[in-house]
Design a protein around this ligand. Sequence first.
Ligand code: ARG
Ligand code: GLU
Length: 713
Amino acid sequence: MNKRFLVLIGAVVMCISTVHNSFAQGGMWIPMLLQNNQKDMQSKGCKLSAKEIYDVNNASIKDAVMLFGTGCTGEFVSKNGLVFTNHHCGYYQIVRHSTVDHDYLTNGFAAKSTDEELPCPGLTVTLLQYMKDVTDEVLKGVSSSMSEQQRKAVTDENIKAIIEKATQGTNLTAQIKPLYYGNQYMMYVNKVYKDVRLVAAPPSNIGKFGGDTDNWMWPRHTGDFSVFRVYADQNNEPAEYSKDNKPYEPKKFLKISLKDKQEGDFTFVMGYPGTTRQFLTSYAVEDIQNLEDPARIKLRTEILDVYKAAQEQSPAQRLRYASDVASIANGWKKWQGEVKGLKFLNAIEKKQQQEEGNALMKEFKRLYDDGRRYKMEQLYISEAVLASDFMKQARRLLSLIDISRDDSVSDIVLKTEADNLLNYLQKYYNNDFRQHRAVDSTVFLRTMVIFYNDFAKDNYTFLNNKVSSAKSVSDYFAQIYAKSILTNPAKIEKMLKNYKRKDYKKLIDDPAIELLSPVWGHYINQTAGKLKENNAKTDSLYRIHVAKILSDYNAKGNKDVSMNDGIFPDANLTLRVTYGNIAPFKPKDGVEYRHYTTIAGIMEKEDPNVYDYVVEQKLKDIYYNGDTSPYGDRVAFIATNHTTGGNSGSPVMDAEGNLIGLNFDRNWEGTMSDVLYDKDLCRNISLDIRYCLLIIDKYLDAKNIIDELEIIK
Ligand code: ARG
Ligand code: GLU
């Protein structure tokens, strides 16, 4: 009998004997505890020790990896603080430096010397100094007889004190985050660098090639990278932007490998995955699959329809809605993949099987039944009610009314708030009010009709009466839009310019306010509190549930992942390591996807008439003239690394820790991995670093950047 088979039998026996969440592999491991994975990693091909990846006392790979901004990952690739991340992670900075004369978004950009690098105020990179298990200190004084509020009061107090002790008199920042729903607490001590400059970006036709059409899909041909540089003061420490700052010298930067990669090759990813929910019970998965995701998808389908139709009108309109569409479509498409994937894996049944005989499940069911209405109300408020600019403005107008009625708010504060609102509205009215009005009113109408039919009708009596006396549901909302002061710029501007406290009386009868006030009021005064309470109760039940899973796991007595199926805490935007192998996959019967793509695929997808598939002449010249040496023609590849949102820009490394790619997406069939990972279906999508260098070298002609890198051929 071979060893693999024995291991398999062992695993089956364990699943029967304990109530255990089986992760079907995958894993976002805590760097500090990577010792437990070392054997497993090495058996899969890794040549590094755990200490070479994470070490507090010596330079290790962790010193090359950063939280880029607030939700992406980046990595150092030179001794002078040069950073690689994704194009979509640098997108905002690229857009903000673009003008009609210097359209970096469309044409790309490369600084030929450090003088030409562009400051990006507000952008930070966060470098982890060390992490520490602080569970005992955080839970000091907590007893099992305490209520949740008492527990929280004690832990909050402890957390404050621990952070203060760790950072006092230093330039460090620290954060303590719960793992396993508060069964464990980890402190992360950081340095935050604030002088970060844009160095290079490919043109959109490369950096966003395939756009939202190809997003979340394999095969992929997107050159999703951008280049930045971190600056520091004379002592290499964090400093506000200054001309006198020097390029930051990282403790460690990644070398880049141009070597060929084969199916089966070991790869690992280090980065900042945002959120996963591996421990959810079947009730939660049922709600996601059957209620929440479908409701979100339905609403966003309507909104996207409206925006996309507007984008077809003109290139200016296309740009006007580009970033809204990108972010709305990103979630919209992911949720569709997630629902499909959960169904395909029979996730609900799988969870139910694991839950059999678990005494906590009755209480979970009760909590989910109780909380469902509140959760859906919150979903409809954010995805429908506040979808239009019109209702967002009404929200702000409502808060001006609220403070006008509050005598404890001074006239000065009132005046400031009125000015702020006026400012906000004027920007909106000045830009393209006429054109946008048609778009926004349609978004308002369509989302409110769905909101009414799918939710409000059964839950809010106050709306029913009004709607039933109108000609139709949509006419009811159309009248509100037509008659509100918010769609009459001259009138509202006049009122806000000279705003007096008593003016609120003229505003409370405004149709937009008459609609929003009870809806928003219901959410804030009745629902929000109950939802918070329900969430807190659910979380503490998960704490008990997961404590049992943890203690079953610990009872095995060996944390070596090569011996036992490992266990890892959900992603929470802290530094993690995931590893796997380069691998193709079979999305469905009769179809198999190869593990890499090439430039030939870009030329195949080319369509000069479709915005997402325009190919620059210069790229064609490079390709058809055979001018791709020494980088070759690979564009992207897939592997079994378990990643999620936040891992964008993460370094994908080979067995020796050399950079071979930039993580930027997952395959559509695998997006349910946030809830349930499956090694056969889930793949991370990475830009092949050779395509990135090809574009920097031959397209952007930035030899200065290439010269800074340490390249292994
Ligand atoms: N799906 C990727 C992620 O979740 C890329 C998103 C940006 N690209 C886009 N076409 N919207 O962030
Ligand atoms: N594009 C995602 C990001 O911005 C990564 C894709 C994923 O969710 O895995 O982090």
